[in-house]
Structures are given as C-alpha cells and as structure tokens.
Design a protein around this ligand. Structure first.
Ligand code: AMP
Ligand code: MN
Ligand code: MN
Ligand code: MN
Length: 278
C-alpha cells in the first residue's frame, strides 16, 4: 500500500522531532512517501544526506521539500516546494535570504512586544529555535515559559496570530518570487493549506489565479485538521485552474492531538495527484 504525506516539520523549523525520529514515526504509521517541508530551510535533508546510513531508505521514500514564507496582498501565504534540488543555487539563495528575514523579524516582533510592556523576547526565542529557523512558535513558547501568557494558543490569539501586533508578513518576498525559486530548483510549487487563509471566495479566486500565473502547479486539497467539505471545494478549484492536488498532514509534534502524521481527509477521485509531476 502506498501512502503519502507531503507536508511535515522537524526541529529544524517549528517541529519537535529530529529528522530521524520523524522518519521512524512515518514508517511506523505506514507512510511510504514522506516530504519533509520545514519552514524556509532544507537543513533536515542536508543532515540526512550527510548521514546516509542513519535512516531506512528501503522502507520509505523521502521527498525533498520546503515550506517557503511569502506575502500576497499584505497577507502571509505559505508555498510548499516539492521534489526540489536542495543544492540548487535558487534554494541555497532562498534559504539564506529567508534566514536573514526570520532573524530580523524576531527583533521587529520583540520591539513591538516591548512597546506593549513585555520584556525582550529575542534571545529566549533564538535559544528555543537552536540551530533551526526561528519563528513565532518559538516566541510563543518562550512567552509561556516566562509566564507572560498562559499558553501558545493564547500567545497567537492575543499577540502573534493573523492581524495581531506580532504578525509581520510584510518582510516576506512576494508569492511570485517564491514560486520562481521553487521552479528554478526543479520543484513543484504547492499552495499550502488554502482553507486556512481568512479571505472571501472572490479574493481566494484571485489568489489562485495569481498563483497559477506565477507558475504554481498544485494546491493542498487535503490537509491535516481540515473541516469536512474543504477537500471537495479544493478539488473544484483544481478543476477550474488546472492544478494538481497535494496531500499532507502539516505534522509538527506528536503531542498535538489535532494533527497526526499521515492523517488527512481522502483525496477526491477526480483529482490528479501532485506526485504525477515528480
Ligand atoms: P512563522 O513561520 O514564524 O510565521 O510561524 C507560523 C507557524 O506558527 C505555523 O506554521 C504554525 O506552525 C504556527 N501557528 C500558526 N498559528 C498558530 C496558532 N494559532 N496556534 C499555534 N501555532 C500556530
Ligand atoms: Mn509551522
Ligand atoms: Mn504553513
Ligand atoms: Mn507547515
């Protein structure tokens, strides 16, 4: 039986597992094709290829991926790149650029929080991120650890989530630029979790049209923690724009009960799966 999960995270971004532990869990869960798609980094893939013998390639196919942060109409939009050449100049340059932006963004968010009377969160967030990409989840966790908020959820709801003071999407490159990086790296650009962006249907159609014009080839039709009906709705979007369909849990952490590795709604029959393009 073939089982895909084309969206997952390790500790090199905001996931909790090492690349090896993620792969072991994927094998345990019967996944045969796993894309590791950390936010703005391919460090997990670089580390895995360094220690080639440390994971069971005969049991699972690891697809090289990334989840790049972009902006569209002042809104943060995530684009997953699948089957990319991790050593390409495009990806190397992209990762370097995004790493710098992430470090600057933490400092900007820290300043905004200082103005709200919070202590400086920069160091704390950077320490939690370790040698991985720093992001809002690290800021949120640090705020919890310092007793500044009661939970990660509260940190997002009050300070870091969409439209709040710590939501700074304006730093990211445009959607078009990010799609171009993925295509230049020989990958397939996939619009991540389309139902998670808060926008009207009209606006979403414009996003889809712009993504297609930019060279985007697929959208995530089936994502983790997705409400019923969305897959069918996204299948219709694929039909309208000629997109292929991707599936992925967006797994971060085994403790998150709402998203399990390999778990997402089933792909509607009419969809052309994205792996036809690999
Ligand atoms: P960043 O990549 O730094 O912009 O942070 C975005 C990440 O934060 C997403 O990929 C999720 O993993 C996480 N996230 C977003 N919204 C929430 C939320 N409401 N509660 C917990 N985590 C969230
Ligand atoms: Mn994340
Ligand atoms: Mn995402
Ligand atoms: Mn993700």
């Amino acid at each position: 039986m073939i089982k895909y999960d084309l969206h997952s995270h390790t500790k090199y971004s905001d996931g909790s597992l090492s690349a090896q532990a993620l792969i072991a869990l994927a094998i345990e869960r019967g996944i045969t094709h796993l894309a590791i798609t950390d936010h703005d980094t391919v460090q997990a893939h670089l580390q895995l290829t360094e220690n080639n013998k440390s994971y069971a390639t005969e049991k699972i196919n690891i697809i090289k991926g990334i989840e790049l942060s972009s902006q569209w109409n002042n809104m943060g939009v995530h684009i997953v790149g699948l089957n990319i050449d991790i050593h390409s100049t495009a990806i190397t340059a992209a990762v370097k650029h995004q790493t710098q932006l992430r470090i600057e963004r933490v400092k900007t968010i820290a300043k905004k929080l200082l103005q709200r009377g919070f202590p400086d969160i920069t160091q704390g967030a950077m320490i939690l991120a370790g040698d991985g990409q720093v992001g809002r989840p690290h800021i949120a966790q640090h705020m919890v650890d310092e007793g500044l908020v009661s939970s990660v959820g509260q940190a997002f709801n009050k300070y870091l989530g969409a439209g709040k003071v710590g939501d700074i999407s304006s730093v990211w490159p445009d959607l078009e630029c990010v799609v171009e990086w993925i295509n230049a790296a020989g990958g397939v650009a996939v619009l991540a979790h389309p139902s998670r962006y808060k926008m009207t249907r009209t606006k979403r159609r414009r996003l889809m049209a712009d993504f297609s014009d930019a060279g985007g080839q697929a959208i995530e039709v089936c994502a983790g923690n997705q409400v019923p009906g969305v897959a069918e709705e996204m299948a219709a979007v694929c039909d309208e724009f000629g997109f292929h369909a991707s599936v992925g849990s967006d797994f971060h952490n085994p403790d998150y009960k709402w998203v399990k590795l390999g778990q997402y709604p089933s792909l509607p029959k009419a969809c052309r799966p994205v792996w036809e393009l690999f």
